[in-house]
Design a protein around this ligand. Sequence first.
Ligand code: ZN
Length: 309
Amino acid sequence: MSSATAFYPIGTPGVPWGEAEKAEWLARQVRHRSYAEDVLARVDALRQRFDVEQYGQLDYAGERYPLYAIRNRGWRDGLPTVLVTGGVHGYETSGVHGALQFVERHGGDYEGRANLLAVPCVSPWAYERIHRWNMHAIDPNRSFRENSPAGESAALLQLVAPLRGRFVLHIDLHETTDSDESEFRPALAARDGKPFEPGEIPDGFYLVDDSENPQPAFQQAVIAAVEPVTHIAPADANGQIIGSEVVAPGVIRYPLQALGLCAGITGARYTTTTEVYPDSPRATPQQCNDAQVAAVRAAIGFALEHPAG
Ligand SMILES: [Zn+2]
């Protein structure tokens, strides 16, 4: 977009998209990278040390995307269960690669202490297109609810349903990118027939806690572990990050379940959403992956040390 006031190039200002506009949007999406090469090959390599399970499949115009979950060995009913999810937004690369790196290097560390369930790439079609939405122009991360219109969300909900009540932790790995402001927020406004109101992308890492179940000590432990790896986002001039009050350094809160967000699906005592900033001149891709891994390890460590709060 040449300026913040220019309208998104699909649709009519003030009119929500219909099928024609969604088809026009879809025709513009280009496959940039391979889920099979980047993700499935690494998941396959984990089969020797972990239990790998296909929990669903997306069938998008003849293209099939099998969905995989990874469990550590030695699952027992009495152990606390932890969930790590990445790639709910497929374009948020370090969410996917951070989840894989965590499992590869540290997933075995919790055997006998916790049941680990990891889902590294919830939305593979969008991973390949470097997009936020699925093929139907739906954001999976506003769709974690009953009768979800997003196949990605419905499949993950089904995987997690039998384990609800046993989770002590869920950490969902995301990024906040410059393309949120240049592409995805304008597209969202256009899709819904609403005006686009420019915002500010925070420079640094932050977390989203649950306003219905705030856990400040837990969030602080995660921030403290990430800070040596990548810088924490400061509050803006209004004391906010992306329009929400900063309640502690690098922490904002959303009502996770009401918004249909992934981090609200388990009912765990400890939940958080990481937001890595990959577009900073001060952050390399490897640093972003390392920040996700540091966050996951700190989150699991805290949850196992404070199982009852
Ligand atoms: Zn995201």
